[in-house]
Design a protein around this ligand. Structure first.
Ligand SMILES: Nc1nc2c(ncn2[C@@H]2O[C@H](COP(=O)(O)OP(=O)(O)OP(=O)(O)O)[C@@H](O)[C@H]2O)c(=O)[nH]1
Ligand SMILES: [Mg+2]
Length: 288
C-alpha cells in the first residue's frame, strides 16, 4: 500500500496521536520537512497547525507536545528547534518518528524566537492548506486548554487573529513575582502607548492566526527576531485592519527549564514600538 493510502487509512481510524508504526522515516523528514507537512493533511477536517519553538525544553517538551496533540485529531504540530544542547531536538525527532502528526525543523543554532516563527509560518503557508496557524511557548506558561478555547473561538469566526490576553477580566497570572508582573504590565503599556495599539495584551505569545491574516503580512520584512516579534505581528494585523479577538487566559511561570530572555532581546523589544510608530517597519504591511 502506498504511503498516502496508509495515511488515509489511519485518518479514518480512531484517533491516536502516537501511532507506533513509523509511517514517515526520520531521514526523509530530515531531508524534506516540507513534504512531511504536506503528508499530514486530513481531508475530512479543517487542519490546525500549532507551531512550538523550542530551545532547551527537554523537561517540558514531550508532555506539552502530547497534551497539544490530544486536544483534537485535526491538530498538527510543527516543532522548530534551534540545536538545543539539552537534546530537545532529538526528543522531537523521536516523537515525530512515532506520530505522523508531528514535523520537526532543526536549525543549526539559536536564531531567535521570532526567526523560528517566521520560518515556520512561511513553510506552512507554502506547503500546507492549514486554515488555522497557532503559536505557543513550550514551557507550559501557555496552557493547552486555553489554546483549545482559542481554536474554537477562531473556528467560530471570532476574529481574524485570536490572541490570549493576560490583562482582561477572567485572565490570571500564576506564580510570577510582583516585580515580574509589574515589568510585564509596564512593557505592555509602554508598547501600547507608543504605538497606539488598542488591544489589552500586545506582548503575549499565544495566538491563533487565520490563514488569510498571515498571508497578508509580508513575513520577509518582519524585523524582529526575539520577543518583539509578538508586538510586531500584532501591530501588522491591526494596521492591516484585521479584527483581533482577545480571549482571557491563565498564564503561569514555567516550573521546569530556564528562561531565554536576555538584554539583547529586551533592547530589541524596547526599540521596536518607536520603529513601528515612525513607520520603519511598514514594509511588512505591503505584500507584492
Ligand atoms: N527555536 C527557538 N525557540 C526559542 C528561542 N528562544 C526561546 N525559544 C522558545 O520560545 C518559548 C518562549 O521562551 P521563554 O524562554 O520561555 O521566554 P519567555 O516565555 O518570553 O520568558 P519567561 O517568561 O522568562 O520564560 C519557549 O518555548 C522557548 O523554548 C530560540 O532562539 N529559538
Ligand atoms: Mg516562558
Amino acid at each position: 500500500m502506498s504511503l498516502s493510502a496508509q495515511l488515509k487509512k489511519h485518518d479514518q481510524s480512531l484517533y491516536d496521536p502516537l501511532l507506533l508504526s513509523n509511517l514517515i522515516p526520520v531521514s526523509f523528514r530530515h531531508a524534506q520537512p516540507t513534504l512531511g507537512l504536506l503528508l499530514m493533511s486530513t481531508p475530512s477536517l479543517t487542519t490546525t497547525v500549532v507551531v512550538l519553538p523550542t530551545y532547551n525544553e527537554i523537561a517540558n517538551f514531550r508532555s506539552i507536545a502530547m497534551e497539544i496533540l490530544s486536544l483534537s485529531p485535526s491538530i498538527r504540530l510543527l516543532v522548530v528547534d534551534d540545536a538545543s544542547p539539552d537534546g530537545t531536538g532529538e526528543e522531537a525527532e523521536r516523537l515525530a518518528a512515532s506520530s505522523r502528526h508531528v514535523t520537526v525543523i532543526r536549525r543549526g543554532g539559536k536564531l531567535g524566537l521570532g526567526s523560528a516563527y517566521r520560518q515556520a509560518f512561511q513553510m506552512i503557508l507554502k506547503d500546507t492548506d492549514a486554515d488555522l496557524i497557532c503559536q505557543m511557548d513550550a514551557d507550559f506558561s501557555h496552557r493547552p486548554a486555553d489554546l483549545m478555547k482559542m481554536i474554537e473561538a477562531a473556528r467560530s469566526g471570532k476574529g481574524d487573529v485570536v490572541v490570549g490576553s493576560r490583562y482582561i477580566p477572567g485572565a490570571c497570572i500564576r506564580n510570577w513575582s510582583r516585580r515580574r508582573i509589574w515589568l510585564s504590565r509596564f512593557g505592555n503599556l509602554y508598547a501600547r502607548l507608543i504605538t497606539g495599539m488598542p488591544q489589552s495584551d500586545v506582548t503575549g505569545g499565544l495566538k491563533c492566526w487565520r490563514r488569510k491574516t498571515l498571508e497578508s503580512i509580508n513575513l520577509e520584512a518582519v524585523t524582529t527576531d526575539g520577543y518583539g516579534f509578538q508586538i510586531e505581528m500584532s501591530w501588522n494585523a491591526w494596521k492591516l485592519g484585521y479584527s483581533i479577538h482577545e480571549v482571557p487566559i491563565t498564564f503561569a511561570e514555567r516550573t521546569r527549564g530556564v528562561s531565554k530572555m536576555d538584554w539583547q532581546i529586551m533592547r530589541e523589544a524596547m526599540l521596536l514600538p518607536w520603529k513601528l510608530r515612525m513607520g520603519h517597519s511598514d514594509a511588512a504591511l505591503h505584500k507584492s
